[in-house]
Design a protein around this ligand. Structure first.
Ligand code: IVH
Length: 684
């Protein structure tokens, strides 16, 4: 629908009224059903039209007009439950080389020269879940959530086909199994046909349909959707000696396991099987997006442990991306949290492997030039799993009426001049603290799952609160309720908010006041400090006070803390520079102080067992006979020690293997306790 069309309409009151109803219906689909029915551009046109009519006819304006409305606050519907141990995700591999590398790294870590037995399983494209059993009875179900805290879906799991509610006597009394909920391709097609007939939401793919069907407060809807599951993992300790044994046991207790599971002890068998399944996958009754390889032996799994949020002992081998051609209609510029201007391709919508694609990432100006992309081109689009689709190439011989894209010289949001920093491909707006896009980007980032995790506070609402000057940063969110008590402009009086929405919003905010140090550091939205580094920093500083006190000193003349930071494994110069920059700004120091008043920031809690080396700083040097340095380091960390890369006066132990050099000398000079490999093993 174009605006000219509107111009020709006779815009009487009933037309205005119908327009309101139409926008409201789109709003509901967008905010409540998470399923935009029209493009942003078309939606914006409708809204603009509404505003124009209201300007022309203020006498018509209805109290509930969407012209002020910002959307619905989603109910904080599901309770949060903590996982007994984190629900990890898998590292992705895309080529045979990636898998070779995976096996090679394991061999290096364990110091072995053969390939240990590997369990091969299809990677089910669904939603992960955990089911808990007490006294042989099912009692609780959880989603993955952020990996540490999931949502309570107990009632929903009760209606999943074939998920046992009672376990046989031979099963352990208490058990937690983990797996994937999915919708079969046939049920998905049937559901979409029914939805279409009823004029309701069409799901983009079986996974979205499964997710939407599982997360229903009304479990009768979940029941109607015929969801299925496979179990691929047992979270309880000492359940079996290997992954394959674990699955056999689970099957005996009545759970569904996938029948394409297999084992191998060499790369060629693995890759061969991958090819077979890859070709056969379209015949399967459910979607899979790759294969998963797991070191079978549980003792080896335990030794290998995990890195960040993925196990070292497993990898997902993804199937290749799917491609299609479509037209590049336009290129728009988005300004991100860190000021980077990112060009985004607006495409004629196209279905690629069951997913509707409307946008693709263009990364930066160089990429547009390198790929010779022009607006109006027919382009090839590649989509792989959850990754944002990419333009792979342009059909130069189909070029007609295209034009070059001129990269803006000014920030499209704040109008300040943009710069390309040395050594970077990105073009940035440097107005870090005055560019609205960057300020909003940081607030949205802070509020997200890995940070403050305020469920239901969506981008649109953040924008609304910011535009109405009710918040200027993420801290202000926590004083909103108190400030509103004395305010004449009440949030609930704005069209589209309403009492219930506001109440739910406050509830969601208050639920987020208790936060781990790790998530809090993430929520500060410091450049280069993502969840991985936030975890490393929280582990190092333990409490919020120690974090603030130490980092406040980072800009002082004395280089102690500067060096201490650099000595933390995983923290490099780039990160320290950003931390220094952040702590040099007095407004940030004030923000931190304010935050500590509003939030209950929990100290880092190691889930490691108390050990003789908890909290000790250890450095390894030389080569070890019985293990590798990689494994020794991982083990020390698991037992609560901090592993540093260089000797300092704070080092507690130097574990010196064969051929130790300068580190050993330095440790001797500083009178640091030196352990041989044998002494180290005895200590543990
Ligand atoms: S194992 C620590 N096995 O893929 C083990 N995951 O990030 C972690 N998935 O979140 C998962 N099929 O939801 C495993 N056979 C399989 C799987 C599988 C699907 C999902 C799972 C996980 C995601 C990978």
């Amino acid at each position: 629908m174009s605006s000219d069309l509107f111009a020709n309409q006779n815009k009487n009151f009933s037309y205005y009224h119908a327009l309101i109803q139409k926008i409201k219906a789109y709003d509901k689909k967008y905010y409540q059903d998470n399923d935009p029915a029209i493009s942003d551009a078309k939606y914006d046109l409708l809204r603009q039209e509404l505003i124009n009519i209201e300007k022309e006819h203020p006498e018509w304006q209805q109290a509930d007009s969407p012209s002020n409305q910002v959307g619905y606050v989603v109910k904080d519907q599901f309770n949060k439950i903590t996982h007994i141990k984190p629900m990890l995700s898998l590292t992705n591999g895309f080529s045979t080389d990636d898998i070779k590398d995976f096996i090679h790294k394991i061999q290096k870590f364990l110091n072995i020269d053969y390939c240990p037995k590997i369990a091969i399983e299809p990677k089910i494209d669904g939603i992960s879940f955990a089911a808990r059993y007490k006294n042989h009875s099912f009692y609780q179900g959880l989603t993955r959530g952020d990996g540490k805290i999931g949502e309570d879906i107990t009632e929903n799991l009760k209606v999943i086909e074939n998920l046992p509610m009672k376990l046989p006597q031979e099963a352990p009394e208490n058990l937690e199994v983990r797996g994937e909920i999915y919708m079969s391709k046939a049920d998905f097609a049937k559901l979409n046909r029914q939805q279409e007939e009823k004029g309701q939401k069409i799901f983009a793919n079986p996974r979205n349909a499964a997710s939407g069907s599982l997360r229903q407060l009304d479990t009768s809807i979940t029941a109607m959707r015929k969801l299925k599951y496979f179990i691929y993992n047992v979270a309880s300790e000492n359940f079996a000696n290997s992954q394959s044994e674990s699955l056999i046991k689970i099957k005996k207790y009545g759970f569904n396991i996938n029948d394409l599971n297999k084992a191998a002890t060499d790369l060629s068998t693995i890759v061969e099987y991958y090819k077979v399944i890859s070709e056969r996958r379209y015949e399967l009754p459910y979607d899979i997006d790759g294969m998963v390889y797991k070191i079978d032996d549980c003792i080896l799994q335990e030794r290998l442990g995990e890195i960040a949020r993925s196990p070292r002992w497993a990898i997902a081998h993804k199937f290749p991306a799917e491609e299609a051609k479509t037209k590049l209609e336009n290129i728009i510029i988005q300004v991100g949290r860190t000021g980077v201007l990112t060009p985004v391709a607006i495409l004629t919508a196209i279905n690629i492997g069951g997913v509707i694609v409307k946008r693709a990432s263009l990364h930066n100006e160089d990429e547009i030039l390198r790929k010779k992309i022009q607006i109006g081109d027919i382009v090839n689009i590649k989509r792989a799993g959850d990754v944002i689709p990419q333009i792979t190439s342009v059909e130069l011989n189909k070029r007609e009426n295209t034009h070059k894209f001129i990269f803006p010289k000014y920030c499209p949001v704040c109008n300040s001049i943009v710069t390309k920093l040395a050594g970077e491909a990105a073009i940035r707006c440097l107005a870090e603290y005055s560019c609205k896009a960057q300020i909003l980007g940081r607030i949205k980032y802070s509020v997200s799952l890995n940070g403050l995790n305020i469920i239901g506070l969506r981008d649109k609402q953040i924008e609304f609160l910011y535009n109405k000057k009710l918040i200027a940063n993420s801290y202000d969110i926590f004083t909103l309720e108190a400030r509103q008590k004395n305010s004449i402009t009440r949030l609930e009086n704005y069209p589209g908010w309403g009492k219930l929405s506001v109440k739910n919003l406050y509830k969601a905010i208050n639920n987020s006041r208790k936060i781990t140090l790790e998530k809090f550091i993430y929520a500060l939205a410091i450049k280069h400090v993502g969840s991985n580094i936030a975890q490393i920093l929280s582990k190092h500083f333990i409490t919020i006070n120690s974090f603030i006190d130490n980092l406040a000193k980072v800009n002082n003349e004395d280089k102690k803390i500067y060096n201490e930071l650099l000595n933390i494994d995983g923290v490099g110069l780039k990160i320290v520079a950003e931390l220094a920059k952040y702590f040099a700004r007095s407004a940030n120091l004030l923000l931190l102080e304010n935050f500590t008043k509003e939030l209950n920031i929990l100290p880092y809690e190691s889930n490691q067992i108390e050990s003789k080396i908890s909290g000790k700083i250890i450095v390894f040097t030389g080569s070890l006979k019985n293990t590798t340095r990689l494994e020794a380091k991982a083990k020390a960390e698991k037992l609560g020690a901090k592993v540093a890369s260089a000797i300092s006066s704070k080092t507690d132990y130097l574990v010196a293997g064969e051929g130790s050099g300068s580190k050993l000398e330095k440790a001797q000079k500083l009178a640091i306790k030196i352990l041989t490999e044998e002494e180290w093993i005895n200590l543990l």
